[in-house]
Design a protein around this ligand. Structure first.
Ligand SMILES: [Ca+2]
Ligand SMILES: [Ca+2]
Ligand SMILES: [Ca+2]
Length: 216
């Protein structure tokens, strides 16, 4: 009985500590991305579910699934992690006539996004200041995202306008109409090593290629 109680108490403490913000400090393959500039959404931190990210399911629905494991970098990219990742393809998939801004091909992106999911990025912020937040994306519905710095919300809910096009009769391609929003909103960032969190707030159904931070 006593051992059981002790185990339950330990589990409770572990559970409580998981809700406090803890910087993982572990950028993807130790190559931290920097601001100003682009933050590739697929290069999120290492550490797994609950530490580096929260995803609705443990499966990577892109790498190793939609894109079968075949020994290639793009198909197998982080395929054993819960964040869902695919990449832009030709043959009228991502280079289709419904793009607002044409994407480059073979660009990895985070997809299968759902409200409540989040992803951490340990970054080097080279200059303090106010930045515009851009995003290369697709959005099936009007979605919203939000950003934290070191666990504190630094943005409003940012509207990611739908790229749905009624004229496209290929249903699955509604998730492949790319656009680049130059300024979804603004954030104030402080200099140094920080952890940025990208939250999917509402709607989901978005694909994130990269965030872009430009100093105002
Ligand atoms: Ca998943
Ligand atoms: Ca997901
Ligand atoms: Ca990308």
């Amino acid at each position: 009985m006593k051992l059981t109680s002790l185990l339950m108490l330990s589990a409770l403490f572990i559970g409580v500590s998981a809700f406090r913000f803890v910087s993982t400090g572990k950028p993807w393959q130790t190559k931290s991305q920097s601001i100003p500039g682009r933050v590739q959404c697929e290069f999120y931190d290492e550490g797994g579910e609950g530490v580096a990210y929260h995803d609705a399911d443990a499966v990577n629905n892109g790498s190793g699934k939609l894109n079968p494991a075949n020994g290639t970098y793009l198909n197998e990219f982080r395929m054993n992690e819960g964040v869902d990742i695919s990449y832009t393809k030709g043959k009228d998939i991502d280079n289709n006539p419904y793009n607002t801004v044409a994407p480059e091909m073979d660009q990895l992106y985070v997809g299968w996004t759902q409200p409540g999911e989040w992803i951490h990025y340990t970054l080097q912020i080279k200059e303090a200041g106010t930045y515009t937040v851009g995003l290369m994306y697709t959005s099936h519905d009007d979605g919203t995202i939000a950003l934290d710095l070191d666990g504190k919300r630094i943005s409003k809910d940012l509207l990611v306008k739908s790229t749905y096009a009624a004229g496209d009769t290929i249903a699955w391609r509604q998730w492949h109409h790319w656009n680049k929003a130059e300024a979804l909103g603004e954030v104030t960032l402080s200099k140094g090593t920080h952890v940025l969190t990208l939250h999917t707030v509402a709607a989901g159904q978005m694909n994130y290629d990269y965030l872009e931070f430009k100093k105002r």
